[in-house]
Each structure stands twice: as structure tokens, then as C-alpha cells.
Write a protein that binds this ligand. Structure first.
Ligand SMILES: Cc1ncc(COP(=O)(O)O)c(C=O)c1O
Length: 410
């Protein structure tokens, strides 16, 4: 009915590439296959007990069941500001420079919705976390992509980044108003040092664009690497906001708690649209989230060590299977180049082959943008034994296709 009534916004969104692998995964499972699922960035661990205990305690109070505060209760915004002070020495005003959001994805998408005029352009490195680009498309804006280039150790090639950024700025018309950066990066795991943000803030000032930075994986770091924040740079709040989330640091993905902090004008715009759209998270969730940020942080060490052990098992056992993958310094992923003889087929077909022949689900790189098509993203969301099993399955499959694998069993 009503065929003449079209939804233009939805038509601008491409089909979700990951759905193809997801559907195949379900059908393999229905056929009895034991699929090892390393596709989604969905933490498999439990939230630390002291946070759950606080949720239960708070939920037993009678006064917590009404509407909450759309930009987050003051104590939670204060806890976020305190976290930034402790971790980064950055000062944020909890009233005007912090908004609590229903996960950082919701905060980011609504911020973009409210700051994008029709036809506005945002510069987005490619590949990227899909909502970083699609939020602008949904909001009626455009995206100027430029390829993210990394050194062999997966650190960002910073000089190249600035060269490409400059080109994206001058080649785009109208002139871009926004730049999105995400380090540690999803999907490439690329990392940066503080100097990158210093140069970026200086450039944003002279070239007049806002920076939207996403540090979802700030705490998932290894081998002594520490994630910098753009908020450490003097004057960053003039030109930047940053999103952070409890999803990964505290295994709280399902709770939906995140933050948008920094520039008053942007944070204020988000607070205003949220005051129209929602009434905030359920109060006990906010109370427990406050405890997560203010409480004992040793739980993060445990979560980080779990990923570190999985990373080491994955890198070693996949190398044994004939698949050399660079070692990430951060995040919960590895970004793996498709090996010969499969590299001609593109990431979606390769991911399907891996699923059917090795019962291992990974995310095709093309789902993160055109520059990702020679790669797949592998999430470390199953335990070490399952990762070893995944490597065994892949070894058997690779061997059958003539890949040189190690003679040794792992
Ligand atoms: C880079 C990045 N930002 C944000 C998110 C979403 O986090 P949240 O659970 O806070 O919405 C993810 C989730 O995978 C992510 O990879």
C-alpha cells in the first residue's frame, strides 16, 4: 500500500554487509555446525560483581522508577569528569561539558543528527566503525573518505594522515565542517600518540572544523601502550568532543552507558536534542555506572589481561595455520590481511568461505569501508580454547587449498 510514499533517508543507507555473514552463521548453526563466532565486537565477559551489586541495591529503592534525567544524573556526569581528571588530567564541567548517553553510539548518532545541516560534509578515515560515516548520511550530510594508512606495527602513519586530510579538506565542496577520528581504531586497531592530537587540534583551529573523537577502546591496551585523549591537549575543548563508553572497559555493552564530552556548543546541542527525545537511562543503571567509574579499577586489569592472553594465543595459533597477523597494541580485535590464495576474492566471499569450510565467523573488511576489502576483522570474544580450535579448523581448510602451514601441531 502507499507505494508512492518513499522513505528517502532509509534509501540512503546501504544494506548492512555484516548481515550476510550473520545469516550464513545462523544457517550453518541450524545445520548443526559448531560455529566459532569471532565476528562481532560484543564482549563475552560478565560485568564486575561490585557494579551488578550496586544495580541491585539501587533497584530496591522505591524512588528510582520514574523518568530519569535525559542528559544523565549529575553524579554520573561528575564521575565521568573525575575519570577524565584522573586518567588524563583534563578538566570538564559536568554541567556543560559532559552528557551521559545510552551507549556512545546513541550519543554520537544523535549528536551528528543535530549538528548536520543538509549537504554538510564530514571527513571520515576509511575503513571506519560503520556508524561514524552512516550517521552523517542518515542526517542528510555527505562523507569525504580518505584511506587510513598504517605503519607495519599498526601505528598510524601520522604524516600521511595529515597530507590526506589536507587533500580531503581542499578537494571537498562545500568545505567539510567535521572530522571523525577513532584511536585505538575499530577495525584496524591503529594507535596514535598524544602528538597526533596536538597537531590535529592546531589544524582544526586554522582550518576551522570540529573534531569528533571516539576512544571506545581506551582501556583495552597492551604491552605498555596507553591511549591518549584529545582532551589532554590545551584548548581541545574549543574544537573537539570525545565519546567514551563503559561497554568495553567494564564488560557493560548491554547496559548502554556512554558519554559525549568536550566542546560546550556541541555537547549543549546534544543535551538539547536528548531533552526532546528521551528521559535518560534507568536511574539504577546510572547509579551503578557511577560506581564503575569511581570504584576499584582492578577489574579493568583483569579484562585487559583476558584479551591479552587471547591475543597471544590467536596470533601464535593463526601463524601456525599459515596466517601471519600483526600484533595489535590495543582493542579487542585483530585486523588480518586475507592470505594468498584467497586475496583475489574480496572480504565478503572470503568470510563466507571461512564460515562454510572452517566454521569460523569473522567480519568482512568491506563492511567498514572500501579500503577494508583486503582484510577481515577478528574479534577476541571467545575463550582461548575456542580460539585454538578456530586456528585448527582454519589450518585444515588452508592446507586443503595449498596454503603453506606449519608442520607442528600447536
Ligand atoms: C569504535 C566504537 N565506538 C563506539 C562503539 C559503541 O559503543 P557503545 O556500546 O558505547 O554504543 C563501538 C562498538 O563496537 C566501537 O567499536
Amino acid at each position: 500500500m502507499f507505494d508512492e510514499i518513499e522513505f528517502d533517508k532509509i534509501k540512503r543507507l546501504p544494506k548492512y554487509v555484516f548481515a550476510a555473514v550473520g545469516e550464513l552463521k545462523m544457517s550453518e548453526r541450524r545445520n548443526g555446525a559448531d560455529v566459532i563466532d569471532l565476528s562481532m565486537g560484543n564482549p563475552d565477559g560478565a560485568t564486575p560483581t561490585h557494579i551488578i551489586d550496586k544495580l541491585i541495591e539501587s533497584a530496591q529503592k522505591p524512588k528510582v522508577y520514574g523518568y530519569s534525567v535525559s542528559k544523565g544524573i549529575y553524579k554520573l556526569r561528575l564521575a565521568c569528569a573525575d575519570w577524565y581528571k584522573r586518567k588524563y588530567g583534563a578538566t570538564l564541567d559536568p554541567e556543560t561539558e559532559v552528557v551521559a548517553t545510552m551507549g556512545s553510539k546513541e550519543g554520537y548518532a544523535h549528536l551528528v543528527q543535530v549538528i548536520t545541516n543538509p549537504g554538510d560534509t564530514a571527513m571520515i578515515p576509511d575503513p571506519c566503525y560503520p556508524i561514524h560515516s552512516q550517521a552523517f548520511i542518515l542526517a542528510g550530510g555527505n562523507v569525504a573518505r580518505f584511506a587510513l594508512k598504517l605503519h607495519d606495527d599498526l601505528s598510524l602513519d601520522v604524516d600521511q594522515f595529515f597530507e590526506d586530510l589536507k587533500k580531503a579538506l581542499t578537494d571537498s565542496s562545500p568545505r567539510p565542517k567535521y572530522l571523525v577520528v577513532n584511536f585505538p581504531n575499530n577495525p584496524t586497531t591503529a594507535t596514535v600518540t598524544l602528538n597526533f592530537y596536538e597537531r590535529l587540534v592546531a589544524m582544526a583551529r586554522t582550518e576551522r572544523f570540529y573534531i569528533l573523537s571516539d576512544i571506545a577502546y581506551a582501556e583495552l591496551t597492551f604491552d605498555g601502550y596507553e591511549t591518549p585523549s584529545i582532551m589532554q591537549v590545551a584548548g581541545a575543548k574549543d574544537v573537539a568532543i570525545e565519546t567514551y563508553t563503559l561497554s568495553k572497559s567494564y564488560n557493560m555493552a548491554g547496559w548502554r552507558v556512554g558519554f559525549v564530552v568536550g566542546n560546550k556548543k556541541l555537547v549543549g546541542a546534544l543535551a538539547k536534542i536528548k531533552s526532546w527525545l528521551d528521559y535518560g537511562m534507568f536511574t539504577p543503571i546510572q547509579v551503578a555506572a557511577t560506581v564503575a567509574l569511581n570504584g576499584d579499577q582492578s577489574c579493568i586489569d583483569e579484562i585487559r589481561e583476558t584479551y591479552l592472553r587471547r591475543r597471544d594465543v590467536l596470533i601464535k595459533s593463526f601463524a601456525n595455520a599459515g596466517w601471519e597477523i600483526p600484533v595489535p597494541k590495543a582493542s579487542m580485535f585483530v585486523w588480518a590481511k586475507i592470505p594468498e590464495p584467497f586475496n583475489h576474492m574480496g572480504s565478503l566471499e572470503f568470510a563466507k568461505e571461512l564460515l562454510i569450510n572452517a566454521q569460523v565467523a569473522v567480519s568482512p573488511g568491506i563492511g567498514f569501508g572500501p579500503s577494508g576489502d583486503q582484510f577481515v576483522r577478528i574479534a577476541m570474544i571467545e575463550n582461548e580454547n575456542r580460539i585454538r580450535q578456530a586456528a585448527k579448523n582454519i589450518k585444515r581448510f588452508f592446507k586443503s587449498r595449498g596454503v603453506k602451514v606449519s608442520a607442528e601441531d600447536q
